[in-house]
Design a protein around this ligand. Sequence first.
Ligand code: NAD
Length: 468
Amino acid sequence: MAAQEVSPIAAAHGARAAFTSGRTAETRWRRDQLAALDLLLADNGSAIEAALQSDLGKHPLETHTIEIGSVRSEIAVTLKSLAEWTKPREVVAPDYLLPATASTVLQPLGTVLIISPWNYPVHLLLMPLVGAIAAGNAVVVKPSELAPQTSHLMAKLFPAYLDSDAVRLVEGAVDETTELLEFPWDHIFYTGNGTVAKIIMAAAAKHLTPVTLELGGKSPVWIDESADVDAAAGWLAWGKLLNAGQTCIAPDYVLATPAVVDPLVEALVRHTAEMYGDDPHASADFGRIVNARHVDRLAGLLGSGVTVIGGQSDHEDRFVAPTVLRDVTFDDPVMSDEIFGPILPIVTVADADEAIAFINSRDKPLALYCFTERTDVRTAFLERTASGGIAINATMAQAGIDGLPFGGVGASGTGAYHGERSVRVFSHERAVLHKLDGPHHAQASWAPYTDEKQRMLRGPVSGASQEP
Ligand code: NAD
């Protein structure tokens, strides 16, 4: 494992030396590295699927589509559009400077750090990496120690496929990350929980390093009686149970009007059984919780409300059953922190106003889901709530659309990526003025401030502002 032969800080210095050489900014290098990353994924599908099966009990098909397929399609879109996304953009130069041109030019930020979590350990490691490489940076990535098989496999594959000076992988946990955070990075891209995000931001502040923070929180769901409750239950069962609920944009809890609760529970029973059978513990399609500590945390939330589906857990097998709890109250323990497991609480509320008031009393969520056919209710959610993203009559699918920003707001995150935005996250948009030869009127505002200049410059403001 070449990437582990040097200390974390030495890896950071090595990456900076590669950036300083200038080669990462070259278009050829960017394209070659993206193609090499694609080949890494194409050649090693079975090994990656096995690693994720071991770390998270993830079904190989989920790994194939969500971990590998989504990154390969991000690479394909990026290779196709890179020239367009990175070309200089002309803006209009003001009359008083003519003849002149003005434009913006994207420059790589330099040497960047990407820190990722365990729940989608390939996707969340490589999706930001695609943007960092496409923008021409040298990169150090730090996978999560809580998905160890995936971390070890990636540490072996990176130097075999990628420019091992400029694109480095450092394995490790808190100690190694703490060491990495001492380096004056040009950008830090962190995905994970809000508590660690504060440590990252404090470390970045010491060097005035900009950060992107992709965080989580409780993503609410609204369902009223105008909705297609059966369709909503399908989206909820899929969104909540994929990866055993360990998805940052998973629907966390449901706020429903009284008339919806019985038919919703009935539909959830049906959809859950259709997806994972009568005994989800025996289903090869249902994932496992990342570790025993999280199983115990989730088991502690099972006492809230009335259990209408599931409720079982198995510490040894890292299993928590698909669970639905009804008659949950706002004050129950399951309503305090992000659940991050296959437990769906349903809280009954009088109307959309009560739901919106509750949502607005909490941190701004990463995602919000609204199942309704009522225009007034949809408008109320769109206009009176804030969240990273919102989906009407669906869950989670918003994250798969590359033209949409993926990111949070407030406590759910800072900054957004995917597609062209990923390149912009890792670029500096430089302002460029090119003054061409010839007479111009800028001198009209230079000293000495004659009466004539005073009259002219204090006159009515027309169009573009003057120089600062
Ligand atoms: P985690 O425990 O794997 O931690 C994330 C990273 O932070 C790891 O690489 C870890 O080594 C590092 N880390 C942990 N403690 C640290 C410390 N004290 N100092 C420096 N680095 C440290 O993953 P997690 O945080 O449990 O991930 C789950 C959380 O991430 C959930 O809140 C989830 O919603 C959120 N998440 C967000 C997104 C998103 O894209 N917005 C995606 C996935 C997960």
